[in-house]
Design a protein around this ligand. Structure first.
Ligand code: FAD
Length: 383
């Protein structure tokens, strides 16, 4: 694996750094307190090409490889995890999945809007009763002539309130467990689909996370993506790549923690010298630095495997597991460096810790990643 960035990769990283400095950094505290990122940011993300990374230009994408995607995701995660999550879901879980699994008609219908930021996408898998055991979901789509009628509830859906389209997973037919799940692309203005924003989240407060209720929602049969009964494979392939994106976002959080901790430690004085002079403070900082590098290398390995067409799902689980736990450690260590000031939101460490915490929960909890890795190593499914 070549760790030297190409000219294009360097350019896209610099573009993302500049975007974060101009469009995100000045608003982070305000968005966190208001529990909403400025919606117009989505269009701006589309204009600079960040919502079209890895997608063919033919469908409005901006091309680039998965390492470039990781570089942008890391920068956005360093700026604001809520913004990073909007991209990871609308591009990473929805547009990229349509590009992989969608029919020509579905690609033409949705990709230009999703890549330009005209549309926002959301990923509807989790339900009130099924999280880790997603394959046993109970939302049901019943065939009726040329359409399906869908009933059910989806929970914790990132971008849910903003989204124009939901990649929805529902049970079709009588096949048991995950074999009976199919994927649909459902416009969110379809009659019968209602949304409720979930307020009071610990972190990612700028993101519109929602509950989606579907009551007799009629979708044409042409809205089904991939063959009937293949929906769970669609979801799992989306999440395997999605975990890389979460991991890259976690590297961004850990880097923000490192930058903030170093800056503060070299300014704040106690016992007649800056706290950077105290060895135990240096230990906190060096632990963060090692976590940043280790998480980034694991994440880049996944990008490299994808770009070379190699199997990557287990490596993606390893990267997501390590990077998410590392981001929590890094943000917590940074908070310790800030002392009492770490506990108020005028300083960044508290928000970094709140934003990091969910990374060990969604797209498969840390326990679920361990079971994925354990199954690959032993051949035994211990779910
Ligand atoms: P549960 O599955 O009930 O797990 C509870 C605990 O039990 C966890 O510690 C878990 O690790 C443990 N556990 C469960 N099964 C096992 C096992 N077999 N062995 C060992 N331990 C186990 N979902 C979407 O579909 N789309 C989204 O866009 C989305 N965005 C989200 C955004 C946020 C902010 C949050 C909080 C969640 C989001 N989710 C989304 C849902 C998320 O993926 C789930 O919360 C996650 O999969 C865990 O499911 P659960 O919350 O039901 O926990």
């Amino acid at each position: 694996m070549n760790l030297e960035l190409s000219d294009e990769q360097t350019a896209v990283r610099e573009l993302a750094e500049d975007f974060v400095a101009r469009e995100i950094a000045p608003h982070v505290v305000e968005w966190d307190r208001a529990e909403s990122v400025d919606r117009t940011l989505v269009k701006k993300l589309g204009e600079v090409g960040f919502l079209g990374l890895t997608i063919d230009e033919e469908y409005g994408g901006s091309g680039g490889d998965h390492l470039a995607y990781c570089l942008v995701t890391e920068e956005l995660g360093r700026g604001d995890s809520s913004v990073r999550g909007i991209v990871s879901v609308s591009l990473g879980l929805v547009a990229k999945t349509i590009a992989h699994w969608g029919s020509e008609e579905q690609k033409r219908q949705w990709l230009p809007g999703l890549t330009s930021g005209e549309y926002v996408g959301c990923f509807g898998l989790t339900e009130p009763g099924t999280g880790s055991d997603a394959g046993s979901l109970s939302t049901r789509a019943v065939r009726d002539g040329d359409s399906y009628v869908v009933n059910g509830t989806k929970m914790f859906i990132t971008n849910g309130t903003w989204a124009d389209v939901v990649l929805l997973f529902a049970r079709t037919g009588d096949a048991p467990g995950h074999k009976g799940v199919s994927a649909f692309l459902v416009p969110t203005d379809t009659p019968g689909l209602t949304r409720r924003t979930l307020h009071g989240k610990l972190g990612l407060r700028g993101q519109a996370t929602a509950e989606l209720v579907l009551e007799d929602v009629r979708v044409p049969a042409s809205a089904m993506m991939a063959p009937e009964g293949k929906g769970f494979s669609v979801a799992m392939s989306a999440l395997a790549k999605g975990r890389m994106s979460v991991a890259a976002g976690c590297v961004g959080i850990a880097r923000a923690a490192l930058d903030a901790a170093v800056r503060y430690a070299t300014e704040r004085e106690q016992f007649g010298k800056t706290i950077a002079h105290h060895q135990l403070v240096q230990e906190l900082i060096s632990d963060i630095a090692v976590d940043v590098d280790a998480a980034r290398l694991l994440t880049w390995r996944v990008a490299d495997l994808i770009d070379r067409g190699q199997p990557f799902a287990t490596e993606s689980s390893k990267a997501k597991l390590f990077a998410s736990e590392a981001a929590v450690r890094a943000a917590n260590n940074a908070l310790q460096v800030f002392g009492g000031y770490g506990y108020i939101d005028e300083y960044p460490a508290g928000k970094l810790l709140r934003d990091a915490r969910v990374m060990t929960l969604y797209e498969g909890t840390s326990q679920i990643q361990k079971l994925v890795i354990g199954r690959a190593l032993t051949g035994v499914s211990a779910f």
